[in-house]
Design a protein around this ligand. Structure first.
Ligand SMILES: Cc1cc2nc3c(=O)[nH]c(=O)nc-3n(C[C@H](O)[C@H](O)[C@H](O)COP(=O)(O)OP(=O)(O)OC[C@H]3O[C@@H](n4cnc5c(N)ncnc54)[C@H](O)[C@@H]3O)c2cc1C
Length: 386
């Protein structure tokens, strides 16, 4: 067992850190305040390969292991959790296209998505189907060489600003076996976007509903076979959960860094805050929990890279733990800043607002517990857990 980063991993980390400090950190507060989607910065991220980190190399991706992708995302998230979280969703959708589309479609769309020329959204949730995603009702009916899509998706990240939609829709029976996945051009006739949602955080990326009214999609743009769409969506989400967990680790690292600097600068009772043991203990717990969260995420990423049978279990564990701890660490860092933590001149309240939604999306943390409990209870020998 080796906990050291390899030379390549250290190089990815350093490149990502330098990029994030130059391209994200100076603008993140403005993107948040003005709800600006930073298209140019994302394009620059694409130039470094960050738009297709683990997408298949044959179709323009870097083909990196999830562990390496996580190392990159963590550095980006420490500068701007919101923009990085969108980038991770784009990476998830791009991987799905390069992994499950027909070769000609993967070649055409994959290269543009992996380079950041085009951006993607992942469309699973519906107004009536959130946690119970397999109950989705958006329909795809076969008509000749096309499918015709009707229905509504809710809470879609990037919607209205992206070029490609990965859409899960019902082609068959009720339940998860009747669902198929499609790659849909975002400007197809019959697509209508809802208003930009006003959100607590994640303001540097738009969230909108999408209505599909008789939208024609070539059958060649189905991902995988009919009926495989839910399994494909869940495979995407295993990686997505590592990514969102990583965004929480990055946000927590950013918040902890700010708190560590602040306790030396700020003086009360004639002494720097760093002298007070109550705050020292807080910082000790924050640092310990941050390392625990990071290692849990890396373990889950390794299980996914190994295509282990229990990868889904570890991805759910990592998502639950890292997003809960990440939010708590951001909150403690805000507390250490006193009143200054609550005002927008400092980044703490932004980290907190951005990290909050990580406990809700890509499966809520209650649903993560459902996944974990189901698998743990099915284990005959629980001591085989790592
Ligand atoms: C900012 C934002 C961006 C998003 N981006 C995307 C996106 O890009 N693509 C996409 O497809 N979706 C996206 N989502 C949707 C997100 O994945 C869902 O909001 C989430 O899965 C929860 O669904 P819901 O909101 O319908 O809540 P519900 O499913 O209605 O849940 C409500 C509450 O009940 C709990 N609950 C539900 N069922 C159970 C159960 N069986 N046991 C215990 N507790 C339960 C939940 O944990 C939650 O606390 C986004 C959401 C947000 C807020």
């Amino acid at each position: 067992m080796d906990f050291e980063l390899s030379e390549d991993q250290r190089a990815f980390r350093d490149t990502a850190r330098e990029f994030a400090q130059r391209e994200f950190a100076p603008h993140a507060a403005r993107w948040d305040a003005e709800a600006e989607f930073p298209r140019e910065a994302l394009r620059h991220a694409g130039e470094l390969g960050f738009c297709g980190l683990y997408a298949l190399e044959a179709y323009g991706g870097l083909g990196l292991p999830r562990l390496d992708a996580s190392i990159v995302f963590e550095e980006l998230a420490a500068a701007c959790p919101s923009t990085t979280a969108y980038l991770t969703i784009h990476n998830m959708a791009t991987w799905m296209v390069t992994r499950f589309a027909q070769p000609a479609v993967a070649a055409e769309w994959g290269a543009r998505l992996a380079s950041g020329e085009w951006l993607a959204s992942y469309c699973l949730t519906e107004p009536g189907a959130g946690s119970d995603a397999a109950a989705l009702t958006t329909r795809a009916r076969r008509q000749g060489e096309d499918y015709v899509l009707d229905g509504t998706k809710a809470f879609i990240s990037g919607a209205g600003a992206t070029d490609a939609l990965v859409v899960m829709a019902r082609t068959g029976e009720a339940g998860h076996k009747g669902i198929s996945a499609f790659l849909v051009a975002a400007d197809s006739p019959g697509i209508a976007y809802g208003k930009k949602e006003h959100k607590m955080g994640w303001n540097s990326q738009p969230t909108r509903s999408i209505a599909f009214d008789a939208v024609r999609v070539p059958a060649s743009q189905r991902l995988g076979a009919e009926g495989e769409g839910f399994a494909i969506a869940m495979k995407g989400l295993d990686g997505g959960r590592i990514n969102i967990a990583t965004c929480s680790v990055g946000a927590a690292q950013g918040a902890l860094n700010a708190a560590l600097a602040y306790v030396h600068e700020r003086r009360q009772f004639g002494r720097p805050l760093a002298d007070f043991q109550a705050l020292q203990f807080k910082l000790a717990d924050m640092a310990t929990e941050l390392v625990a969260a990071r290692q849990m995420v890396r373990l889950a990423a390794s299980r996914l890279d190994a295509e282990a049978d229990d990868a889904t279990l570890y991805c759910a564990m990592a998502k639950r733990l890292a997003t809960d701890l990440g939010f708590a660490i951001c909150n403690e860092a805000l507390q250490i800043h006193g009143g200054y933590g609550y005002i927008r001149e400092y980044p703490l309240e932004r980290y907190l607002r951005d990290a909050r939604v990580h406990q809700i999306l890509e499966g809520t943390n209650e649903i993560m517990r459902v996944i974990i409990a189901r698998r743990v209870l099915a284990q005959i020998h629980p001591e085989t857990l790592q």
